[in-house]
Design a protein around this ligand. Structure first.
Ligand SMILES: [Zn+2]
Length: 179
């Protein structure tokens, strides 16, 4: 099945006013656009406001995507959420501008799959880490994180030994904090 099929909205038969759609998104949408993710689970609510000359689209997306953690390299679920608004207008010259999409006046349906894909991709944080400490289910590799923490402590200690000014500044800092 074409993974974009569930995202097709036939708007010609819709009455004017607000229509709400719900979509479930899995990794098949991403592989359609050549993005390989081990797993992805998102939900999207689309509030589709049909007006006489244009449509107001409001997307609310929430979910998680499985990727390698930047800190421990373990494959973990990165939570992600997005909220986007798009206006659909009609023009012979079909094009996409920032937040405005122009469809051909003869179109009767509109596929929102690519838009949802783009919104999710933009919502994925650049630094893929998770604050495991604050959650019950810790999926980071704790051994690797402990090892990295020790490395940081050692690096700080070495720097203090090699740089007397740094340790002197640290002492001054402590004195200030005491006051
Ligand atoms: Zn991690």
């Amino acid at each position: 099945m074409n993974p974009l099929k569930p995202f097709e909205i036939s708007f010609s038969s819709l009455g004017q006013g607000l229509h709400t759609y719900y979509f479930d998104i899995d990794s098949s949408l991403f592989s359609h656009f050549d993005q390989k993710f081990e797993d992805a689970e998102f939900t999207c609510q689309l509030d589709f406001d049909k007006r006489s000359t244009l449509f107001d689209l409001h997307f609310t997306i929430e979910g998680k995507i499985k990727m390698d953690c930047d800190r421990c390299m373990e494959s973990i679920y990165i939570p992600s959420a997005a909220e986007n608004k798009v206006v659909v207008k009609f023009d012979e010259d079909e094009r996409q501008e920032e937040d405005i999409i122009y469809l051909n006046p003869n179109d009767t349906s509109f596929n929102v799959g690519k838009l949802i894909y783009e919104f999710i991709m933009l919502s994925i944080p650049l630094r893929k880490v998770k604050d495991c400490e604050s959650e019950n289910f810790k999926d980071c590799n704790q051994k690797v994180l402990d090892y990295l923490d020790n490395q940081v402590i050692e690096a700080v200690e070495i720097e203090e030994k090699e740089n007397p000014l740094a340790s002197a500044l640290k002492d001054i800092n402590i004195t200030f904090n005491k006051k």
